[in-house]
Design a protein around this ligand. Structure first.
Ligand code: CA
Length: 421
């Protein structure tokens, strides 16, 4: 689910991620919708919901929303405790990337996607002509966002967003989403009783957040409404329009698996280390198969499970997918699913399936111990971002371990021993 901030809150991704969207892996699995960073709740006392609604009503009217429409859609609306619970949950365990990919790129999803790709070929070709985004990428997004339109969520979007704008973290973000949802209703794209979505307000077959919807949803079937719930043409074309706006380059791969030479410097496997494919080739990084990408294309090297797992070079289009949902696992799943819709493609590298993932509290402990040991991992929030990866690499170099920046149990144990010395 695309939206501008962190994204939606998906399922729970592995540690790599950044944000989260409505249905993807979560925590870091961000979604095009969900708020990513954890914001501490303010300690100020909440107004009553009635008082909040009155203030929101004034704000909406000032933003051009019709007062009668506001009163109608807010009639009987109360905060939804289930939404608040979902917003505040910080799961201790997230699925390892390989388990997420097993589910996201399953043989049944590939099979269903191939059927739909063929069935909607004419429409998808027209969308590709107009927006420059390949059909298989759009079908992959459709498959992951809503299981091809079968799972669009059943929460009232107005109630969810009102709850989050009233009492959630990042209230300003949610207020903007609520205003955008009201604008969509005022446009007449959908009647309010049919405006349903994820608990975080991601809507329709492509799970757009309201602000993304307002900016990027299109009426592709020409009935005068932008209907991402019921119109496959509108939903797929809107996803294409959003990817186009996110810099998608037609004909470029999103990325591909590579082999690394022995003795490779794993410090180069970092999103900040962008090089041309020609430069990566000079370093001995080899695609497993011909890629069709220009040698001047820039890419970063990613080891989603550390040096013991598969390696991928990720090009600019991967970054466009991240704008849809800011989760590395999600974007990888989209790319791999899209590839498999065209032809079966196995990952050749072996995932370290026997390796236990650190839980959230262990990641927090890891960060605290890194700080105590004189490294600078950033705040101890359990999220393995750029600063924490850098700190892990510095420790790994000191230990003479492969410096892949990947947190694991051995590293945590090593730090625990250092402390007790
Ligand atoms: Ca339409």
């Amino acid at each position: 689910m695309p939206h501008q901030l962190p994204r939606r809150v998906l399922a729970l991704l592995p540690l790599l991620l950044l944000a989260a969207c409505a249905q993807a892996p979560a925590e870091n699995l961000p979604t095009a919708t969900a708020p990513a960073a954890v914001q501490t709740a303010t300690e100020t006392t909440l107004p009553s919901f009635a008082d909040w609604r009155q203030a929101m009503r004034s704000e909406a009217i000032a933003a051009g929303i019709d007062a009668a429409l506001f009163d109608r859609v807010f009639a009987g609306v109360t905060p939804d405790p289930a939404v608040l619970k979902a917003d505040s949950s910080q799961p201790e365990f997230t699925r390892p990337v390989w388990e997420y990919l097993d589910g996201a790129v399953s043989s049944s999803r590939i099979g269903r996607g191939r059927v739909l790709l063929a069935q909607h070929n004419a429409m998808l070709q027209r969308i590709e002509q107009q927006y420059g985004v390949e059909a298989q990428i759009l079908v992959a997004i459709w498959g992951l966002e809503s299981n091809f339109g079968n799972n669009i969520g059943s929460h009232s979007v107005i109630r969810s967003l009102a709850t989050l704008a009233y009492d959630g973290r990042r209230q300003g973000f949610w207020r903007a989403q609520l205003l955008a949802a009201l604008q969509i209703l005022q446009n007449g794209d959908v009647p309010s009783e049919r405006m349903v979505g994820s608990w975080a307000g991601a809507m329709g077959q492509t799970q757009f957040m309201p602000t993304t919807y307002n900016q990027h949803a299109v009426d592709f079937d020409g009935d005068g409404k932008r209907d991402l719930w019921n119109s496959q043409a509108d939903a797929l074309a809107s996803a294409a329009h959003y990817l186009q706006a996110s810099g998608w380059q037609r004909g470029q791969p999103w990325g591909f698996e590579v082999n690394l030479p022995s003795g490779f410097d794993y410090a180069l496997a970092d999103p900040d280390q962008r090089r041309t494919l020609a430069e990566w080739a000079e370093l001995g990084v080899r695609p497993l198969a011909p890629t069709g990408a220009a040698a001047s294309s820039r890419a970063s090297l990613q080891l989603p499970a550390g040096h013991q797992g598969p390696a991928f070079l990720l090009l600019d289009n991967f970054r466009s997918i991240l704008k849809y949902n800011n989760s590395t696992s999600y974007a990888l799943a989209i790319g791999l699913l899209a590839d498999n819709l065209l032809r079966s493609t196995e990952i050749k590298g072996q995932w370290p399936r026997g390796e236990r993932q650190l839980g959230r509290s262990e990641r927090v402990e890891l960060q605290e111990l890194l700080a105590q040991a004189g490294f600078d991992p950033g705040p101890a929030d359990g999220i393995i971002g750029a600063n924490t990866r850098k700190a892990i690499r510095a420790l790994q170099l000191q230990l003479n371990w492969p410096a892949d920046g990947y947190p694991n149990t051995q590293l945590l144990q090593q730090l625990q021993q250092l402390r007790t010395r």
